[in-house]
Design a protein around this ligand. Structure first.
Ligand SMILES: Nc1ncnc2c1ncn2[C@@H]1O[C@H](COP(=O)(O)OP(=O)(O)OP(=O)(O)O)[C@@H](O)[C@H]1O
Length: 408
């Protein structure tokens, strides 16, 4: 057999650097078109260099506007200038979403110290331990709270209050990162006045800026000429249309490059970018379906299968009946109609279903459900282990009027 890897070695002709630097988690040393925001942050943090306390900073901007990368970039420079005196903690509040989990994480970041368990200790003990570890080293603590609004939606203002208190009891400040421009208005007064943050706005990138960013990211990685200029321009235009999203523009280009290399193509063209966009959107869809709770998957599957047998838009009552049939086939207890109603609203929020309300005359009103992209979604749901032996044999066409539940 011919060695299949030989044909892929041709990719050496086009790749002159490390392709990993095009991944969305890679943070480059330079961020074109963010010089102003980086300078503002550096100026604000510079008082740490003279033994002072920096202001708290809030970074606002849409997804993919370079907030996280800029914050990490600046704090890396601070670390190399200030050395061991500054202790920098990057916290993603989607993962660490309470003051308890954040502080356990911080306590356990001190190398050479005893580790504490993630759960079970009283909070006072954790707080005391953290203050002790910071003070005994005479550290300035800088906490980057990425997606800081998650803290608020989970615990109100309390978690942020406790974090600010810690930074008052020791010495330190935060850099908060959010997409929510009304974040500050949602804080209660005691936290707002304690926070007293400087705001830095990350305006959306326009197509010209995204083109520069793309060229900068591929420079030294991909050989000149392998990507047609029109392909780069298209990625930049798509990113600009999507609220100036650099992440999307870079991802599209990366997917297209990897595809062209695998397929031994001479060049990356605009057709490859369109193909990458389709894949990118499919990946997002797959991820949002895969991560749904099991009952949401069953409701969604019921909507798709009901739609199939009715060759129509399904009404909520029909979906609930078939959802119960799916539960019976899989061996799970069905949830109440009220709970299913909540699950349907979340599916609507995620854009997986479209809901419209229709009057049914003397039978009251009902909601009509249409699943967007049913074929792809059905395949993703059936990949779940729970549906391994699922046949759909109990799915039946329901009478719309008999199965109309007002409370779904
Ligand atoms: N100016 C830039 N130059 C080079 N790459 C950039 C630039 N801005 C953003 N990127 C890249 O785009 C991707 C997204 O950036 P980043 O995560 O910093 O955005 P964000 O505003 O924090 O987004 P989110 O709100 O979704 O977390 C990253 O791969 C980042 O390296």
């Amino acid at each position: 057999m011919d060695n299949p890897f030989i044909k892929y070695s041709r990719s050496d002709d086009y790749i002159i650097g490390n392709l990993k630097t095009l991944s969305s988690s890679y943070i480059p040393d330079n961020l074109p078109h963010r010089e102003q925001q980086i300078e503002l942050m550096a100026r604000s943090l510079s008082s740490i260099m003279h033994g002072g306390i920096a202001s708290n900073i809030l970074l606002y901007g849409q997804s993919g506007s370079g907030k996280t990368s800029s914050a990490i970039n600046v704090t890396n420079m601070l670390r190399s200038a200030a050395g061991d005196r500054v202790s920098i903690h990057y916290i993603n509040c989607e993962i660490y979403d309470s003051h308890y989990s954040i502080m356990v994480h911080m306590v356990n970041s001190f190398i050479g110290e005893e580790q504490i368990p993630n759960l079970g200790l009283p909070f006072d003990r954790i707080y005391y331990e953290l203050v002790k570890r910071i003070k005994s080293r005479n550290l300035y603590t800088l906490i980057i709270l990425d997606e800081i609004d998650r803290l608020l939606s989970k615990n109100g203002s309390d978690s942020l209050y406790v974090i600010l208190k810690l930074l008052g009891d020791t010495e330190g400040s935060i850099i908060g990162i959010t997409n929510d421009s009304s974040f500050i208005n949602k804080l209660d007064m005691r936290v707002r006045s304690r926070l007293n943050a400087e705001s830095i706005i990350f305006t959306p990138y326009n197509a010209d800026e995204l083109r520069d960013i793309l060229k900068f990211r591929i420079n030294g990685v991909i050989k000149n000429g392998f990507i047609e200029d029109s392909a780069i321009n298209l990625c930049a235009a798509i990113g600009a249309q999507e609220h100036g999203d650099a992440r999307k523009a870079i991802e599209l280009l990366r997917i297209a490059i990897e595809y062209c290399i695998r397929e031994n193509r001479e060049r990356v063209t605009i057709d490859d970018i369109y193909m990458a966009r389709e894949r990118f959107e499919m990946n997002i869809l797959k991820e949002s379906v895969k991560t749904l709770p099991i009952h949401s998957k069953m409701v969604l599957l019921s909507a798709i299968l009901t739609q199939e047998v009715s060759s129509d838009i399904a009404v909520t009552g029909e979906i609930y009946e078939n959802y119960k049939n799916i539960c019976a086939e899989i061996g799970l207890q069905p949830l109440s109609t009220r709970r299913i109603s909540d699950l349907m609203s979340s599916l609507d929020d995620l854009g997986l279903i479209v809901t419209t309300t229709r009057s049914m005359g003397r039978y009251g009103r009902t909601k009509l459900i249409k699943v967007s992209q049913p074929v792809a979604i059905k395949n993703y749901i059936l990949e779940d282990e729970n549906f391994k032996n699922f046949q759909g044999s109990r799915i039946v066409r329901q009478s719309k009027l008999r199965t109309n539940y007002d409370d779904i």
